[in-house]
Design a protein around this ligand. Sequence first.
Ligand SMILES: Cc1cc2nc3c(=O)[nH]c(=O)nc-3n(C[C@H](O)[C@H](O)[C@H](O)COP(=O)(O)OP(=O)(O)OC[C@H]3O[C@@H](n4cnc5c(N)ncnc54)[C@H](O)[C@@H]3O)c2cc1C
Ligand SMILES: *[C@@H]1O[C@H](CO)[C@@H](O)[C@H](O)[C@H]1NC(C)=O
Ligand SMILES: *[C@@H]1O[C@H](CO)[C@@H](O)[C@H](O)[C@H]1NC(C)=O
Ligand SMILES: *[C@@H]1O[C@H](CO)[C@@H](O)[C@H](O)[C@H]1NC(C)=O
Length: 598
Amino acid sequence: MAVVFLVWASLAPLALGARVAVSGFASESRGPKPGHRIAIVGAGPAGVHMASRLRQMGHTETTLLERSDRVGGKSLTIYLNEHGEECEQQMDASGKVDTASCVAHEMGTCFLHNGYHSIRELVDEYNLTHVVPPEGRAMFSHFSTDRFHSQDMDEFVTSSIMDGVRSGTIYAPSWAIGSKLKVMVALLRAVKKYNTLHKEIFGEVEFSMPHRLSRETLQRINMTFLEFLQSNDLYALSGFLMFAHAAQGYGYVTTIPAFYGLWWITPELLNGYMQMSFREELEKFYDPKSEFFQQIRGTWVRAVVTAIVGGAADVVKRTTTMLPEGYQKIWTTIAEKDGLDVRYGVEILDQGIDRQLDDPSAPVRIKYRQKGKNEVIEEEYDFLIYSAPHAHAKNFVKDVAIQEESIFSSLKSFVLATTLYSSEPVLDYTDSARRPIMYEADKMSGPSHDGSWYADRWDDLIFGQPITGRQTRVGYQFYENYCQGGDMMCNSDRTPNEGGAMESSERALRQFRGELERQNVSGVNTLRQYPWPYFHHFPQEAVQEGKVWDLLEMQGQRKTWWIGASACFESVHDVTNYNLMILRKYMGAKIIQGIAMG
Ligand SMILES: Cc1cc2nc3c(=O)[nH]c(=O)nc-3n(C[C@H](O)[C@H](O)[C@H](O)COP(=O)(O)OP(=O)(O)OC[C@H]3O[C@@H](n4cnc5c(N)ncnc54)[C@H](O)[C@@H]3O)c2cc1C
Ligand SMILES: *[C@@H]1O[C@H](CO)[C@@H](O)[C@H](O)[C@H]1NC(C)=O
Ligand SMILES: *[C@@H]1O[C@H](CO)[C@@H](O)[C@H](O)[C@H]1NC(C)=O
Ligand SMILES: *[C@@H]1O[C@H](CO)[C@@H](O)[C@H](O)[C@H]1NC(C)=O
């Protein structure tokens, strides 16, 4: 009933003639029907979240087929105690989880940004905690005095903007005296302009994925993200976004389609970054009578300033946070509390999924083996939900249709590698500023630095008691061109962590060690390395052809939903929002605070 009501309500403004179409649409159902047996391939964030929401809607016959020996996919946490040994977090006497003596090291998903409503809601729903990490991000770049002394992030942004002011690419009005004021004015103007453009291009975005863009709008962004920033006179943001975008492994601004830059850098996220980086600066300038405020006031400035000085309830929520119990814990907790049926070590046979498409009422047949066992298991389901990388679906699904293949075959990906390692103390972490996160901006400027070490995070400083001796950190490398040299990274149908052994590419490991050596980091001991296949996305041409939306509109045909990062964008925020979006679109679910109701 609710299904019909919801669809009806959303179409109510249309003429009465729509009634037939409405009931037809609802009874046709583009998702699993009551009592259907559902198979979900992949128990990463997308698969686990989907199983859990379907259960809330009354679908309990769901089985997750997972290749590895754990749930969580690219949310992978390694817990280490002060001796560097693996540990399990325990409850202390007061019933709280002791996260300080057994520290979560994130090898995959790590942050909750200010716009992450769907994830925050899950954290609340499952009673987990999140904390604001200590502020402070150290930057190395060509603006640093030398290779061994970092700047704060705001100093880096200031240097890059002042560079532009001097060379004339960035405008700063004559009343803005002094570099701090020039930088603030230039940045705030650019942010305001960016946010306006974003709204013009993407409109209101409800579930993180924009509505289908018109041909004209697509043409307007038929360029790289950097070209978009430059052609819209947003130079003041380019230095900052160069690393804010690439640091997440979402590609270099010099090569990635503007579409993906706009998808990730939402006005909400940008405002949050600005607050995070320039809190003190903004506070200084907060004086409604000042010339500065008069010049740049507008809704954005008001919102930011209110958030900073107003102490409103959502100030804390608007900052980047992390999970002291580990990101993976969200998905293991959901799987456990919801009693999800997960099969581990699943190896689906070659073309082992047969949807029997010639008969709409015939079941989906799946043949697989479980690791270490010889017997082939053959099961029947009524509906298939596929969350593993779509680019490889044709290896497992026998009857991939031409329409499906025309979308999946254009998907490209990158590699984002994380390395857990220990070393002698590094000055920029241990000095009085105690900055837990470090970036090297120039390494994120374009493909010529492919595979370089570009960032580091010290989780002990964030979650635990920073130990004075050796430091254990997580380092990052990004590869746009990962398929050179023909090593294992070239196979993008990999799931690191199978069996739990260190899976590392010789090339990535060699490059990592070399970089640290050049930075004079001594006593390096690499413990684990995960070269993740990462950021499944469409190249420019396929974006222009509208493939992202073609997939959305194809959902539910051929007894299948295609979900996960390949369907939208590589983030837990996006994959969960995508799930909620199709649950509403194709099953009429009502979504209240992230909970799905049928
Ligand atoms: C280093 C790093 C940092 C990140 N930081 C953030 C962050 O701060 N914020 C954020 O939002 N996101 C972050 N992400 C991205 C986020 O983790 C992913 O977008 C998210 O995990 C995608 O979920 P998914 O379920 O679509 O895919 P995955 O997490 O990749 O899960 C897919 C699952 O399918 C399984 N599988 C694959 N093939 C098969 C098969 N053939 N048969 C059966 N099972 C199969 C895999 O084993 C895996 O469990 C980060 C990722 C990495 C690697
Ligand atoms: C979270 O805590 C609340 C209050 O203690 C409880 O009612 C609820 O069942 C818990 N949720 C889960 C998923 O455990
Ligand atoms: C996008 O730009 C490229 C050149 O950069 C051009 O060849 C292509 O036709 C453009 N696509 C559309 C849809 O305008
Ligand atoms: C880095 O190492 C080189 C060679 O050992 C040495 O000459 C140089 O002084 C070191 N620099 C710093 C800042 O430690």
